[in-house]
Write a protein that binds this ligand. Structure first.
Ligand SMILES: Nc1nc2c(ncn2[C@@H]2O[C@H](COP(=O)(O)OP(=O)(O)O[C@H]3O[C@H](CO)[C@@H](O)[C@H](O)[C@@H]3O)[C@@H](O)[C@H]2O)c(=O)[nH]1
Ligand SMILES: [Mg+2]
Length: 193
């Protein structure tokens, strides 16, 4: 059921060039039953999916490295980010999305994935729900270089490394992407890597 203490009054599109930035005016009923009006900017770029790709025998994971402009504009000197494979949902469901993204970005054709949780990535500002998966890969599943879609000018490096080395990179700050940290910590707790 919708929350009866919230009334959306107006949604104004501030920008809809690639994704959508809205300004939303809403009434909010406080604990003393009085109503107040709020305005909030909300960025809607759809939902996403991300996956920890791991190999139990080799005790490795497959990660990606790519330039991320927003981080470059906010303190990341090179702008390069090491992340788990991830992508935005197009028309497909989260499971189909992450299987497709895994092949496009890493070159591994995986068949089976396991959903472990959903998370809002930045609930004060962004609508996005991120669906988090884990999945096993091995060398026989590597069918292409990966690297992302030429048509979208993606330029992604594929990195295979020991799980322990990746985990260490959380402590030394070389991995500082939230979804990647969550999935590596999930791996540490739940998978024998
Ligand atoms: N032209 C244009 N292209 C854009 C714009 N913003 C993003 N793109 C392109 O849209 C594509 C999105 O690639 P995906 O692999 O589908 O998404 P992602 O960026 O990897 O998304 C993942 O990481 C995000 C950041 O952590 C997550 O927010 C997201 O849920 C997902 O996990 C990329 O080619 C990117 O360059 C834009 O403003 N203009
Ligand atoms: Mg991606």
């Amino acid at each position: 059921m919708k929350n009866p203490t919230i009334k959306i009054q107006e949604t104004e599109i501030l920008s809809d060039n690639h994704y959508v930035l809205n300004k939303v005016t809403f009434d909010y009923q406080k604990n003393d039953n009085s109503w107040i009006s709020h305005k909030r900017e909300v960025y809607d770029r759809g939902n996403g999916a991300a996956i920890l790709l791991y190999n139990l025998k080799k005790k490795t994971v497959v990660l990606t490295r790519q330039f991320r402009l927003p981080t470059y504009l906010n303190g990341n000197k090179s702008g390069m980010m090491i992340e788990v494979c991830a992508g935005l949902l197009d028309q497909d469901n989260p499971e189909q999305c992450i299987i497709r993204e895994t092949e496009e970005e890493t070159g591994y054709q995986i068949l089976k994935v396991k959903k472990i949780m959903e998370t809002y990535t930045s609930p004060g500002a962004v609508t996005e729900i991120l669906h988090l998966f884990i999945g096993e890969y091995d060398d026989t599943m590597k069918i292409s270089e990966g690297g992302g879609l030429e048509s979208e000018q993606e330029n992604i490096d594929v990195i295979e490394m020991l799980f322990d080395d990746a985990y260490q990179m959380i402590s030394n700050g070389k991995i500082n992407d939230a979804k990647t940290i969550i999935l590596l910590q999930y791996g540490k707790i739940n998978i024998n890597l």
